[in-house]
Design a protein around this ligand. Sequence first.
Ligand code: APR
Ligand code: ZN
Length: 255
Amino acid sequence: MIERDRIEEAGWIIANAKYGVVFTGAGISAESGIPTFRGEDGLWKKYDPEEVASIWGFRRNPRAFWEFSFELRNKLFAEPNPAHYAIAELERMGIVKAVITQNVDTLHQRAGSRRVLELHGSMTKLDCLDCRKEYDWSDFVENFERREVPRCKACGSWYVKPRVVLFGEPLPMDVLEQAVEEARSADVFIVVGSSLVVYPAAELPYIAKSCGAKMILVNAEPTVADHIFDVRIYGRAGEILPRIVEVVKSLKQNS
Ligand code: APR
Ligand code: ZN
């Protein structure tokens, strides 16, 4: 079946959804300039995740985490792309009820999505691990512009950490529980831009499938979970999702 047919089929399934849920990974933000972790030129080919993205690495040397983050400058100052806007449009149409994301870039919210479950947290809030003082992103934005490692303004500690889930840290349980609920409730579950290899997040598509959801995958390349999907569309989310939304809109107009 050629791509156009798959897009038509995905559009038809989504147009008839009663409770659509979208699950996204780094691939949906690739066209916003944020590199992905795996796949073609994934970050984990260049950096050691244990050193730059684990809690023990952060405790040992927070500078390595921040230099990695500054390297992903776009992650700190990126803009939503057409894929994020397409998903927000489906929420406005009453089709998508929730977005579950592994991303920490807040691009879904900035594209207009309202119900967003951030499984791996986000960069918007930070905490001093020594005196527990809480910060907003805005408290350090000049430092980040100058690529300076943030320092606690209260106690001088170098251990100011964003509320993102690093390797070795638990996911926010309340968010994970809500995400499981959404996966169970979905009659259509759409995965966009994830390699589906990191758990417990990657369990969610299987939960949706086991509860009878129709499964749609939009990803640049095959994943380890392709066998659970009813429709698989390989390509760029920023190009494919708006085309799917166009099909949904035309079906809705003619129904
Ligand atoms: N459109 C659609 N898919 C894309 C695009 C694109 N433009 N560009 C890349 N992809 C696909 C890649 O082929 C890959 O399969 O997106 C997927 C991204 O996979 P990962 O880089 O593994 O990202 P993700 O699945 O979100 O990783 C999960 O791993 O390192 C941890 O905490 C980190 O949240 C992250 C988690
Ligand atoms: Zn402090």
